[in-house]
Design a protein around this ligand. Structure first.
Ligand code: AMP
Ligand code: ZN
Length: 467
């Protein structure tokens, strides 16, 4: 299958071809979380999108090296560390741990490399040193180092590759020290920020003096260390195009003189109930908030995967309810297939995986991909109801589903989605039945029902279903 993806660099849908001459290895970098709080559902849209891209590449047969950095030093983090009065590492490690727990609950494959910015200070210093040597970075009196957009452009390089910037309004030499700044201001940005009292203990020594790195340079240093000076794919949410990604390009190409990334992918944003998420509007959700409301990571993943990555997605709690119903349809169909197919060999199948892969190869056309899944569920249910499916055919259908699910990552109702308490009640009921204590078994069943779980006895044992 020929995979086509929209490239922000060329503003067009392009055939994806890896840089690897053997056509096998693919380097994929996704800007990771800034670990100053729990990731919110908007962040998760972007990380689930990165997981989808990786899985589609893997389905296409590529050997993907997936890198996602951890931004563990940056303006917002330092402010919070100051407020919380602990050390930087104590503060960030708590959110980093939570991030990976949530990533797992959302069924995302773990990136192969997860570099932390604080573990790459020598690489960052080295990159800044190269930029100074190439005269596209300059030191200021306070010991900071800035990137000079004017000098960079003077070398024939292009600033404004990912979007059109009004460079005529640029006032050369105007500087921004903040990691995030006005989208309209094209200004020299900080590579190294001289130590100030508010930084507390957060500083490193460097040839430019004590200080800390700017956010943009962290990603340039970590991505090039992991994937080389030119690599295949770089991803992030659309808000990162400018200034973060534009600055990454400028720093990297300014230092190496080579193209930085071949293919840029940006995911559109997520709104909640039609509005930008904000704590004051009460529409701000972390994954944990949704789990407290009784939803599972799998349901959230499903919902996030229903929208095309280049379209703004409106997340609603009602939509999550719909996700539960849709997943139940898939689960029911797949578990019937499992029962029928037990022990049988799969014959080569099936239109499902072909239609599904074709849809995704077309710039990740996820709506068409889901349509092929639900059409398949409808057809399969019909054939099952009419007893038209042999055990071999069921095994083939299952094999096709498993291939499809290697991309969707929703499985059949995963074990992890059944809380430990519910699982142990189900075990206790099975034990009670075994010793013929039916009164106890019934009482446990009622208890499970009160907790929102239905237990069904089948010839192959009992099954739990969420009510
Ligand atoms: P941060 O931890 O703030 O650096 O963000 C991590 C990722 O989440 C970045 O790729 C952002 O572009 C992305 N992101 C932030 N807000 C949203 C949103 N509302 N919808 C989708 N992605 C977002
Ligand atoms: Zn980045």
């Amino acid at each position: 299958m020929t995979l086509k993806l929209f490239n922000t660099l060329t503003r067009s849908v392009q055939e994806f071809a890896p840089l690897d001459p053997a056509g096998k290895k693919v380097g994929l970098y996704c800007c990771g979380p800034t670990v100053y709080d729990f990731a919110h559902i908007g962040n998760w849209r972007t990380f689930v999108f990165a997981d989808l891209v990786r899985r589609v590449l893997e389905l296409s047969g590529y050997d993907v090296q997936h890198v996602m950095n951890i931004t563990d030093v940056e303006d917002k983090i330092i402010k919070r560390v100051r407020e919380n009065k602990g050390s930087l590492a104590e503060f960030t490690s708590k959110f980093e741990k939570a991030f990976f727990e949530d990533l797992k609950a959302l069924g995302c494959r773990e990136p192969h490399l997860k570099p932390r910015a604080t573990a790459h200070i020598p690489e960052i210093i080295d990159l800044i040193t190269r930029l100074i040597a190439r005269k596209v970075a300059y030191r200021t009196a306070d010991g900071s180092v800035y990137f000079s957009i004017e000098k960079y452009r003077g070398c024939g390089c292009c600033y404004g590759q990912l979007l059109k910037l009004n460079l005529d309004e640029m006032r050369a030499g105007e500087r921004v020290a903040a990691d995030e700044y006005e989208k309209e201001s094209v200004a020299d940005f900080a590579l190294w920020k001289a130590r100030v009292p508010e930084d507390g203990d957060v500083f490193w020594s460097s040839p430019f003096g004590e200080g800390r790195p700017g956010w943009h340079i962290e990603c340039s240093a970590m991505s090039m260390k992991a994937l080389g000076e030119t690599f295949d794919l770089h991803l992030g949410g659309e808000d990162l195009k400018f200034p973060h990604h534009e600055d990454e390009i400028a720093q990297s190409e300014g230092a190496t003189g080579k193209p930085f990334v071949k293919h840029w992918l940006h995911g559109a944003h997520l709104l909640v109930e039609g509005k930008k998420m904000s704590k004051s509007l009460g529409n701000f959700f972390t994954l944990r908030d949704l789990q407290t409301k009784g939803f599972t990571g799998r349901e959230v993943r499903y919902l996030l995967l229903t929208a095309h990555y280049r379209e703004t997605f409106n997340f609603t709690l009602e939509g999550l309810g719909g996700a539960r119903t849709a997943l139940a349809r898939i689960d029911e169909c797949v578990s019937k297939l499992r029962e029928l197919a037990a022990g049988q060999t799969a014959l080569p199948e099936n239109s499902l995986d072909q239609q599904f892969s074709d849809a995704l190869a077309d710039d990740l056309n996820i709506s068409a991909a889901w349509a092929s899944v639900f059409e398949w569920v409808r057809e399969t249910n019909k054939r099952l109801a009419e007893n038209l499916l042999s055990a071999n055919a069921a095994a083939s259908a299952l094999a096709a589903w498993e291939k499809v699910d290697s991309v969707l990552g929703i499985g059949v109702q995963a074990e992890i989605d059944i809380p430990a308490e519910i699982r142990s009640l189900a075990d206790a009921r099975a034990e009670a039945k075994k010793v013929r204590d039916f009164k106890l078994a019934d009482a446990i069943r009622d208890d499970l029902k009160a907790k929102g779980w239905l237990i069904e006895d089948t010839p192959k044992g009992s099954k739990l279903k969420k009510l």
